[in-house]
Design a protein around this ligand. Sequence first.
Ligand SMILES: [Zn+2]
Ligand SMILES: [Zn+2]
Length: 277
Amino acid sequence: MSPFLSNSHTHSIYCDGKNKPEEMIAAAKANGFVSLGFSGHGNPGFASTWSMKPENQEKYIQHIRSLQPSHDGVRIWCGMELDAMATPEALEITRGLDYRLGSMHYFYAADHAPQADGDPDVLIKYRDEEFAGDGIALTQRYYDIFVEFLNREKPEIIGHFDLIRKWALKRQLFDPESPVYRKIALNALERAFPCGGVLEVNTGGIARGYLPDPYPTQELLNAWREMGGKVTITSDCHDFNNLTCAFDQAYDMIKQAGFKVIHRLGTGDALWDEVEI
Ligand SMILES: [Zn+2]
Ligand SMILES: [Zn+2]
């Protein structure tokens, strides 16, 4: 069993997840979880195939709220994952939630827009047309959009910080080991620090077979610890079979970075409990 008994990045049938909230909670209980947070993809204010439909968002919130404060002995939290391109109107519904998880997927506000973790052919075409094939320039754009959004919206959780790495090696989008890229990512992390969010170590890329390691890299995690940042572990779960995917690996990375505590969704009234490593 994993040493980390919670997950704040959980999807369900309300967006692009496979399971009903109750099924996800049953899996959480089976894994000995003390808490579980739902983070359905908030509708960004434009058509988005994998986000909740506007008319389903209230139902989602009501459903998750109906399972609170706890269900089957697991403390339940109601959040949403917001996209950096979400319109101000679309963000309104997210303000009263228990927490918000801020992520960068879309490069501009349209469903056919290139996405950091979307269709790699679309992303490569965008790199070639918008940046004359310069993948590093693409990563700079990615981080600039993300950092501005994080500092503006101040979400409680910073989602998959270096998601742009997803297609770096598999499709040669850019070289993630190059000093110039690593400097851009480190600089972005420093600029994001003032948003105050807890950085997730997200194993979703492993669960879905894209990457051998979580977001972010060990190097970024080490830097975050030096800055005094806070961390949590998540599986970006879309299928209850992957609820604790690679949690041991994430835990080891956090330990290796020198963190003394991990933030875990609370079991009482406070959003976070600090768990000693
Ligand atoms: Zn995401
Ligand atoms: Zn997600």
